[in-house]
Design a protein around this ligand. Structure first.
Ligand code: PMP
Length: 418
């Protein structure tokens, strides 16, 4: 049965839907890097729940921990009460992630989604600085709620949402331009009093723009951006919702530049098991929230605390996952480079296990995803014109699965370009 034949989806569900149209089948079960539909057809998942499944579907270690917790009548919903599960998570996050990296952040649980984290980060930056505007980047994506959408640098995504809630001025992003970007535009606009630009509360940036088309900012550019902000007293928010939790190799994607952002947002894979969870990390002195000033009901998903904590202990007690991710990423990148070299108008870019195949003729990217789906591989497009096929496999993907997935992708490109 396809979605089109399945009347309950057509008659009951709102039209606010995307993936069911890209992948017209009804999925049922999932394991590791594989999804199975209700007809028993397997699909290799190089999409990983939009980056929520860095450790794969139904990861056995995390599943067992979750089952044990539930069988032991562990608390699932907890608002922001203190719980044992939360304490364990905070301790592991401090001991395994923050302390070894010399980071001294306070941690906030802003709600279940990435957009919740971005909203809290923007609100905090405005509160702490007393300023209201934000600088963002061309092609950035930060979420679909009104504040997060206001700093999303894609006019098509903002269309129809009305007046932005945050006044944001998009600046040129390094990895988006043909030439390396040197921040001179931003520097000049900030320092020239006749430019008309208000001094912003914050700059919000992704180190690699995932939704924006796998645009990769250079480490040196990120360093200069951090310095530019520090010198002028502007807060630097790194949105690590998609690129954090090891996607680009290190736990935080900004580690490559050796910078310490003022505020960091995390979500997607931080819950470990695909369970909803988000974090805002803030420099200790920025924690100026009054008790209850930014609260909400679903901020304490203790089941997610359990899987998040076990994921940290299991995968981040040493550098094995980082090393493996970089090696796998390199392998995928080499394959894509060869593929691109065999076709005119195709190129590749990426970092770690987020890799993109870029098509000058954007329509071909969508076609490649469709053919890949038919052959049992899930990949999605990204970029302002959907011109990039984005590969985002679980970090736990095996070498054989990479071979299999790249084989399907290569065939799909050949078919589309034939
Ligand atoms: N920031 C970034 C960088 C993202 O990639 C996303 C989601 N793709 C978000 C924020 C929003 O996260 P969510 O969809 O969970 O609200």
């Amino acid at each position: 049965m396809t979605i089109a034949e399945s009347t309950v989806f057509e008659t009951l569900e709102s039209n606010v839907r995307g993936y069911c149209r890209s992948w017209p089948t009804v999925f049922d079960t999932a394991r590791g890097a594989w999804l199975t539909d209700e007809n028993g057809k397997d699909y290799l998942d190089f999409f990983a729940g939009a980056g929520t499944l860095n450790y794969g579907h139904n990861n056995p270690v995390l599943k067992q921990a979750l089952l044990d917790y539930l069988i032991g009548d562990g608390i699932t919903h907890g608002l922001d009460m203190s719980t044992v599960a939360k304490r364990r998570l905070l301790e592991s996050f401090r001991d395994l992630i923050l302390t070894p990296r010399g980071l001294d952040y306070k941690v906030q649980f802003p709600g279940p989604t990435g957009a919740n984290a971005v909203e809290a980060a923007l609100k905090l930056a405005r509160k702490v600085t007393g300023r209201t505007t934000v600088l963002n980047f061309t092609n950035a994506f930060h979420g679909m709620t009104l504040g997060a959408l206001s700093v999303t640098g894609n006019a098509a995504k903002r269309a129809g949402a009305g007046v932005p809630l945050v006044h944001a001025t998009p600046m040129p992003y390094d990895g988006y331009l043909e030439e390396p970007e040197d921040l001179s535009w931003m520097r000049r606009a900030l320092d020239d009093s006749s430019s008309g630009l208000d001094k912003p509360a914050a700059v919000i940036v992704e180190t690699v723009q995932g939704e924006g088309g796998v645009n990769v900012a250079r480490a040196e550019w990120l360093r200069q951006l951090a310095e530019l902000c520090a010198v002028r007293g502007i807060l630097l928010i790194v949105d690590d919702v998609q690129m954090g939790c090891g996607r680009t190799g290190p736990f935080f994607s900004f580690e490559i530049a050796g910078i310490t952002p003022d505020i960091v947002t995390l979500s997607k894979s931080i819950g470990g098991y695909g369970l909803p969870m988000a974090l805002v990390l803030m420099r200790r002195e920025l924690d100026q929230w009054a008790p209850g000033e930014h609260n909400g009901t679903f901020r304490g998903n203790n089941a997610a605390f359990v899987t998040a904590e076990v994921a940290l202990r299991h995968y981040w007690s040493d550098d094995r996952l980082e090393t493996a991710t970089l090696a796998k990423g390199e392998r995928v990148h080499r394959h894509l480079a060869t593929l691109a070299a065999a076709h005119t108008g195709v190129s590749t870019r990426g970092r770690g296990l987020v890799q993109g195949l870029v098509f000058e003729d954007a329509s071909q990217a969508t076609k490649v995803c469709r053919v890949a789906f038919e052959h049992g591989l899930l990949v999605e497009t990204s970029g302002s014109c959907d011109e990039v096929v984005k590969l985002l496999p679980p970090l736990t993907v095996t070498d054989d699965e990479i071979t299999h997935g790249l084989g399907i992708l290569t065939r799909a490109v050949d078919i589309v370009r034939d």
